[in-house]
Design a protein around this ligand. Structure first.
Ligand code: ATP
Length: 256
């Protein structure tokens, strides 16, 4: 239904041998929200993202996406069901062009997929045309027209991060997971990233979950913030509420 949360995480526990990376974490992300996930190093943010992408299993708890339990979804179906993501360490094909990298991101949504397209099997022509249209539109939206035919390896880091956004958006996700999008960007780039994340949400009507260390960015773009520390949720609420929560202040002071 329209009012049900798009993403619901309930009682999530992840253990690696002796380490409890997530310890009963629960929160909801409502449709159309930009939600921020914060916490000091080792808090469990990346582990949570990896659970959402089905890269990690979990010993306890439940993740529900669009009303559907994620436990039943194999890893290779995650993108196709509408969860797109970017990575802390960019996951692009360095020797391919910007446009082609974005087109690759489209494959989870196409009927015949990457292999059929690579082998040029019959019937892929229409899908190819559609993928090119969508990729070209994203190139324009992200302001990448001038570099569309350049190889990713030749581009500055900030530009490559935009390409990765395009790759994630190409599959038309309803939930976009952004893993530290501001890492490695300069001050000016972080400023425009904030506007871009909001523009993406508005233009493509999607929901965003953002893991980010850059507090200025999280607090300025998020509608809702969830704070983790040592695998537990220590606070959630509006940016203003979370920022002044003594538990959050303490968690960050403890790491200085
Ligand atoms: P950062 O902000 O530094 O990226 P984080 O909040 O993303 O930190 P995680 O990377 O999720 O934190 O790590 C949570 C805990 O789980 C840490 O103690 C980490 O060492 C541990 N951990 C994460 N992944 C693994 C793994 N694959 N094997 C063993 N331990 C892991």
């Amino acid at each position: 239904g329209g009012d049900a949360p798009l993403l619901s995480v309930h009682g999530l526990c992840v253990r690696f041998r002796g380490i409890t990376a997530l310890d009963g974490v629960s929160f909801d992300v409502r449709r159309g929200q930009i939600a921020g996930l914060i916490g000091p190093n080792g808090a469990g943010k990346t582990t949570l993202f990896n659970c959402l992408s089905r890269l990690y299993g979990y010993s306890e708890g439940r993740i529900t996406f669009d009303g559907r339990p994620m436990e039943d979804v194999p890893r290779h179906k995650v993108a196709g069901m509408g969860i797109g993501r970017t990575f802390q360490n960019l996951a692009l094909f360095a020797s391919m062009t910007v446009l082609d990298n974005i087109k690759v991101g489209r494959h989870p949504r196409t009927r015949k997929g990457f292999l059929a397209s690579a082998l040029r099997l019959p019937g892929v022509a229409e899908e190819e045309a559609d993928s090119t249209r969508r990729a070209s539109e994203l190139v324009r939206f992200l302001g990448l027209e001038e570099v569309a035919q350049q190889r990713v390896a030749e581009l500055p880091f900030g530009t490559r991060k935009r390409v990765e956004l395009g790759r994630a958006l190409a599959s038309e996700p309803s939930l976009l997971l952004l893993d530290e999008p501001a890492a490695g960007l300069n001050h000016e780039e972080v400023g425009s990233l904030g506007s871009l994340i909001k523009a993406i949400r508005d233009q493509y009507h999607l929901t965003v979950l953002l893991v980010e260390h850059h507090m200025g960015l999280v607090m300025s773009v998020s509608d809702h913030v969830v704070a983790l520390n040592f695998g537990r949720k220590i606070s959630e609420g509006t940016p203003a509420q979370v920022r002044k929560d003594p538990e959050v202040v303490q968690a960050y002071l403890g790491t200085e």
